[in-house]
Design a protein around this ligand. Structure first.
Ligand SMILES: Cc1cc2nc3c(=O)[nH]c(=O)nc-3n(C[C@H](O)[C@H](O)[C@H](O)COP(=O)(O)OP(=O)(O)OC[C@H]3O[C@@H](n4cnc5c(N)ncnc54)[C@H](O)[C@@H]3O)c2cc1C
Length: 492
């Protein structure tokens, strides 16, 4: 089957009837439920774009010759790497970078693990074959995916097997002839309940110990597998119009706790079973982290462009562009944008084929970007808040503009330097939804945490950084420095 359309995406969700819970109720149909229907439509629009711009979004499957999604491609040249990135950015522009889990993120992961699968064979060659087959299956059927990597917080000072209730984190219950049985909880599935399937993988950052082997699992199953439940957090799409809530009304992806109750996973869907060592190396040794970082940096360039655009429109709207600190704050965002673009350029133009033949971006550039952006994103949001000031709270709804008693008042009161009151409030509502609404606050939280804990990522970055040349530089500098010590009379 070739790449799917939005209609097909929605029909599959309808048919799947996965067990999704929100606000204390079980959802009958996510495509019509108020908490999900708008983001489902945004996802459908992404899939439709594949056929609106096939030259950018599709390529011919190496196995069937049919058109499949470009974001599944195994790039073998720099041109193909760039083509994949352009498809990512095409999708990112449709949500202004607000949908962190557009399908390309996990398509890159599935591709990398499917191609560089020999790590999984360390336990059994079957696992490598499974990863390869799963990549082909996901690509040929345009499977949409969510994933869940971390265990519930419980007590972070203890290992998983030392917890008071060690059966809470997802664990292996039984190995059977035809597959495994797993039970327990995993976090945190963004888009949980609105995709076809779920990937259960180890953390990208946190390393497991051998005692945690029963928790060391990697597999992929359909969301509607018996025993799987998605318990979603409260929705930040409050059913308001796209004028009032321009982002939350369209791009609220949702985050879910995932419960597994004696879930059967057939062997052909298992990639790692009870092996901490393989789990600890999964993302690095398959290069999945590199391809996922490539998607993230490409997406976040689009997101930063949008933040910069909002900032510049806001500055112009209220005539604050000549103040020195305002220019300086605008420049801060510009510098972030240009720096991210430079990271991407270096990553792509220094790309090399890895030992599986995949054109792989320069990780040094992407690793720096993925460690830096979570630290700088809160500042970008803060700049918009500082510049918007009261304007981010003086935000009547669209209905107020149409009210016969107050409509004229708000239109006049809210006028800006270059825009009328109606246009100004629409812009400021966007800035508010980007930074301060529940949706906006989640964006900041998402950018900080989605790739893992930035503190521990930073520690790993420091440990893995090639430090010796810099220390050597200083040692040689010191050795070469001539002494200019002139003893005083008393020292002579
Ligand atoms: C909006 C959002 C969406 C997400 N979507 C997904 C998703 O789709 N799929 C998915 O799998 N995950 C997702 N995540 C989860 C994300 O991977 C985690 O938040 C991240 O890995 C950090 O883990 P944690 O939340 O368990 O924090 P914890 O590990 O519990 O850390 C909590 C605090 O304690 C500190 N801490 C804990 N242990 C240590 C330690 N050993 N050393 C130093 N400091 C420590 C941390 O620095 C942090 O400040 C999402 C998270 C967010 C916020």
């Amino acid at each position: 089957m070739p790449a799917k359309t939005g209609q097909e995406y929605m029909e599959r969700l309808k048919r799947a009837k996965s067990s999704v819970y929100i606000h204390g109720e079980k959802v009958e149909d996510v495509t019509v439920h108020p908490a999900f229907r708008n983001v489902v439509r945004s996802m459908a629009a992404l899939y439709d774009r594949q056929y609106e711009k096939p030259e950018k979004m599709l390529y011919r499957s190496p196995t069937t010759g049919q058109f499949v999604g470009m974001t599944f491609i195994q790039p073998t040249t720099i041109d193909e790497l760039i083509a994949r990135r352009e498809a990512t950015q095409e999708w990112a522009r449709m949500s202004a970078g607000m949908m962190g889990r557009s399908p390309d993120y996990l398509n890159a992961e599935v591709m990398a693990m499917g191609v560089a699968n020999d790590l999984f064979a360390e336990d059994d060659p079957m696992f490598a074959e499974n990863a390869k087959n799963y990549y082909e299956y996901a690509r040929e059927n345009d499977i949409s995916l969510t994933h869940t990597l971390i265990h519930p917080q419980m007590n972070r000072a203890k290992a998983l097997h030392e917890q008071n209730d060690a059966d809470v984190p997802l664990h292996l219950v039984e190995r059977r002839k035809d597959g495994i049985i797993v039970s327990g909880i995993r976090l945190l599935a963004t888009q949980g309940g609105i995709t076809d399937e779920i990937l259960v993988f180890p953390s990208t950052v946190k390393k497991s110990t051998a005692g945690e082997d029963p928790y060391a699992l990697a597999f992929a199953i359909p969301n509607n597998t018996p025993g799987v439940k998605f318990i979603c957090r409260e929705a930040f799409d409050y059913g308001r119009s796209a004028w009032d809530h321009p982002l939350a009304s369209r791009f609220e992806e949702g985050d879910a706790i995932v419960s597994f109750e004696n879930v059967f996973v057939p062997w052909e869907r298992v990639f790692v079973c009870g092996n901490s060592s393989i789990c600890n190396r999964t993302f690095r040794e398959t290069n999945a982290v590199i391809h996922m970082s490539h998607q993230v940096v490409a997406k976040n360039i689009v997101k930063t462009e949008f933040l910069l655009g909002v900032t510049l429109c806001l500055i112009e709207a209220i005539g604050i562009g000549e103040f020195q600190h305002v220019k300086d704050k605008g420049a801060e965002i510009m510098l972030v944008l240009e720096t991210m673009k430079s990271h991407l350029y270096r990553a792509e133009h220094n790309a090399k084929r890895d030992r599986w033949g995949t054109m792989t971006p320069d990780f040094a550039a992407l690793d720096a970007a993925r460690n830096w952006y979570p630290r700088i994103y809160p500042r970008l949001s803060e700049i918009i808040r500082i510049l918007g000031a009261s304007g981010l709270m003086a935000i009547p709804t669209e209905a107020d503009f149409h009210h016969e008693e107050i409509g004229d008042i708000v239109r006049r009161a809210m006028q800006g330097a270059t825009v009328d009151g109606y246009e100004r409030v629409q812009l400021f509502r966007l800035a508010w939804d980007l930074t301060m609404s529940a949706f906006g606050a989640r964006q900041t939280h998402y950018e900080y945490y989605f790739f893992g804990d930035p503190v521990r990522m930073g520690m790993a970055y420091f440990d893995g950084y090639e430090k010796e040349p810099y220390k050597q530089f200083v040692r040689e500098f010191l050795r070469g420095a001539k002494s200019v010590f002139i003893p005083s009379d008393s020292q002579r």
